[in-house]
Write a protein that binds this ligand. Structure first.
Ligand code: ATP
Ligand code: MG
Length: 264
């Protein structure tokens, strides 16, 4: 089992969009996936067509059993029409109570300890995080094997990225004290990329100069992503023939390939 976290301390850069598409895409491809909504906004929960509820709070603070907090996502919610889903997708939902988790857990290994219980029954756990750093992020850093940083090609997103990298480095220092290896950075994913603006292409070049091959192919801005979100379906389910669906599948494949190189 691997734990992957989507993170950027800037809001609205595509964390939830990527987390939900990677989770659903990997389930379509046959993996047993648990998506964890670790944002009080509960948008990953809503994106999966479910009501917000305090799943993560119950798990971490009220010590609830996984069987009582995991919600099964029906394949019809995310499947490619007329194609059978071979994996499984569950979500640990969230609501506004998630913001109280940081004040209510004293053990920074709370996330790690609870999610270790899934070892053997699940292939991949994907955390969608909130843009505001908190002690919950600290606990997620101790549990996670790998990070993906979505970012738009704009100045403030880069600022969020720089802050996120600083916090990861601090977390790696903390992990070293417990003989845990550094968190693997799978990639930086440029999102909502506008191919026809100089600003975006110049900023993408800057990102590539700094981070090289860690920068994945940009995902172009297309209206269909928001249209699919509005009816709570991934783009490959809503519009399987669209260019956005192709972009989403390329992302899912890139995650699979990058994860193959991550040791447990
Ligand atoms: N490639 C894209 N083209 C157009 N719109 C997109 C694209 N990717 C994401 N969006 C839209 O951008 C908005 C913000 O995305 P999202 O909610 O995933 O960001 P976020 O980083 O999770 O935000 P927050 O920090 O508030 O949690 C959403 O309305 C989403 O549908
Ligand atoms: Mg989000």
């Amino acid at each position: 089992m691997k734990i992957v976290t989507l993170l950027n301390e800037k809001g609205g850069v595509g964390k939830t969009t990527l987390a939900t598409h990677i989770a659903a895409g990997l389930a379509v491809k046959g993996l047993r996936v648990v998506l964890v909504d670790a944002d009080p906004q509960g948008h990953a929960t809503v994106a999966m067509g479910l009501p917000k509820e305090p799943g993560l709070y119950d798990l971490l603070v009220r010590d609830a059993a996984f069987k009582n907090v995991l919600r099964f996502i029906q394949p019809k919610q995310y499947q490619v029409p007329d194609q059978a889903v071979t994996g499984q997708l569950f979500i640990v939902p969230s609501n506004v109570e998630t913001r109280n988790i940081a004040n209510s857990i004293s053990d920074s290994f709370a996330v790690s300890e609870r999610f270790n219980e899934l070892e053997g029954s699940v292939d991949i756990v994907i955390f969608d995080t909130s843009p505001t750093p908190s002690l919950l992020h600290g606990s997620i850093y101790l549990a996670t094997d790998a990070l993906i940083y979505p970012t738009t090609c704009e100045f403030l997103s880069f600022d969020g990225l720089v802050e996120s990298i600083k916090h990861r480095q601090a977390a790696d220092g903390h992990r070293a004290q417990w003989n845990l290896s550094n968190i693997e950075v799978l990639g930086i994913v440029p999102t909502m990329y506008r191919t026809n603006t100089l600003e975006h292409s110049e900023n993408l070049n800057q990102l590539r100069q700094q981070f090289g091959a860690l920068v994945w192919d940009p995902i172009p801005q297309r209206t269909i992503w928001a249209e699919a979100a509005a009816i709570r379906r991934p783009v490959f389910s809503f519009a399987p023939e669209s260019k956005a669906a192709g972009d989403a599948w390329q992302l899912v494949q890139h995650v699979q390939e990058a994860l193959a190189g991550v040791s447990q």
